[in-house]
Design a protein around this ligand. Structure first.
Ligand code: FMN
Ligand code: ATP
Length: 361
């Protein structure tokens, strides 16, 4: 975390094909948050704070605050944070981003939605915003049951003094969701802080939301999801042994062990970047159990790394989804399967690259 001038709306543009090495690095860095530093961490009884140099917390330290779960840190979240940052600059006050770990949906719902970012990556992407402080409350059933006014005055108010709170206009929190913008504004009048409920950022007529991004990924629309995320969706996992048949077909694959909590795009074939040990590989990826084989349907991801030969078992990989190539399908013969997959690998070779590049030039 830098605490430097704020850049929450990165210079996002869609990739141009074929990708240059510089473009591959840019997409990999934007998607995987490489090189983000969280700043000094401070452990409070029920929260962790990450602070830029020179920033201190305390019940009398005034801050402009933004509150939310921020799964995905999509375009709406970024715009909200940018507006709060402008307010903080105008008031000459530090900006604090207030969030929760785990994501409240994991505690509140018996079937929480698949997450767009792990808790650690969510905090790292918030750190990219250049805010002065990130406050991560441990989200427990007890915190969920707390009325919003007690949360603001006792929990948040015990750590810092909000001069202003910025949220989206639909935001509500605290026990029973009673902490709406109107209710908070009334509390703010009593306690001496301003409340801003910002209009939601929309795309093609409807609000950008984490739920909407998850829906697009669930349909395999990774490019559309990237427009709302202002980066490409990625997943991380350890490379483990597969069934070992790909090698005999002429396209070895690295199988990535998935975390069931992460949002896996729909079954299908994708052009990706795979980041392994500081290098960015062009990758042809199949999501889902191969329909041509008698394999029990279960979430899986296998990647052919273009230009790679060797052993990557046990390495951690991050797979960045650039483009949907086709639906995964059942082939009647191995020859047809092999020819289709080699065609996908050729597309990746021609459009994403023939070899790896270093994460840093
Ligand atoms: C780019 C790519 C596309 C694939 N497309 C399909 C497909 O459409 N249908 C299918 O049954 N398997 C597909 N596969 C999966 C292969 O069948 C699988 O890699 C092979 O069975 C080897 O599996 P193993 O590495 O677990 O041994 C694809 C794999 C890759 C890398
Ligand atoms: N499109 C948007 N424009 C502006 N602010 C937004 C937008 N979407 C969410 N916010 C605000 O960002 C903060 C974090 O919201 P939250 O994490 O609940 O987002 P969400 O994307 O709506 O999530 P979900 O779809 O899972 O409910 C809240 O203050 C929320 O109101």
């Amino acid at each position: 975390m830098t605490g430097e001038p704020f850049s929450c709306a990165p210079d996002w543009h869609e990739p141009t094909w074929p990708l240059s090495h510089a473009e591959a690095r840019r997409l990999a860095a934007a998607s995987t948050l490489s090189g983000v530093s969280l700043g000094a961490s401070m452990h409070l009884p029920d929260a962790t704070a990450y602070l830029a140099p020179g920033v201190t917390l305390g019940p009398n330290q005034r801050f402009v605050c933004v509150i939310g779960a921020f799964d995905g840190l999509h375009a709406g979240h970024r715009a909200l944070i940018a507006q709060a940052a402008a307010d903080a600059r105008a008031r000459n006050l530090p900006l604090a981003l207030v969030t929760f770990d785990p994501d409240p949906s994991e505690v509140l719902s018996t079937r929480p939605p698949e997450r767009l970012l792990s808790d650690a990556d969510r905090v790292r992407s918030l750190a990219l915003s250049g805010a002065d402080a990130i406050l991560v409350h441990r989200f427990t059933p007890e915190l969920a049951a707390l009325p919003y006014d007690r949360y603001v005055t006792e929990v948040l108010g015990g750590i810092l003094s909000p001069a202003a709170i910025h949220v989206g206009e639909d935001f509500r929190f605290g026990s029973g969701g009673a902490g709406t913008v109107t209710a908070m504004a009334a509390l703010g009048e009593k306690c001496g802080f301003d409340v801003f409920g910002h209009a939601l950022v929309t795309a093609e007529g409807s609000p950008v939301s984490a739920t909407r991004v998850r829906g697009l990924l669930g349909e395999g629309k990774v490019e559309k999801a990237a427009q709302l995320l202002l980066r490409h969706h990625f997943l991380g996992g350890r490379i483990v042994h597969g069934r070992g048949e790909g090698t005999s077909f002429g396209f070895p694959t690295a199988n990535v062990e998935l975390d069931g909590r992460d949002c896996l795009p729909a079954n299908g074939v994708y052009a990706c970047l795979a980041i392994i040990d500081g290098r960015v590989w062009p990758a042809a990826v199949n999501v889902g159990a191969p329909p041509s084989f008698d394999v029990a349907a279960h979430p899986m991801l296998e990647a052919n790394l273009v230009g790679f030969s060797g052993d990557v078992y046990g390495e951690d990989a991050r797979v960045v989804f650039l483009r949907h190539l086709r639906a995964s399908r059942r082939f009647d013969s191995l020859a047809e399967l092999e020819s289709a997959v080699l065609g996908n690998i050729q597309w990746v070779r021609e459009n994403v690259g023939e070899e790896c590049v270093g994460v840093v030039a």
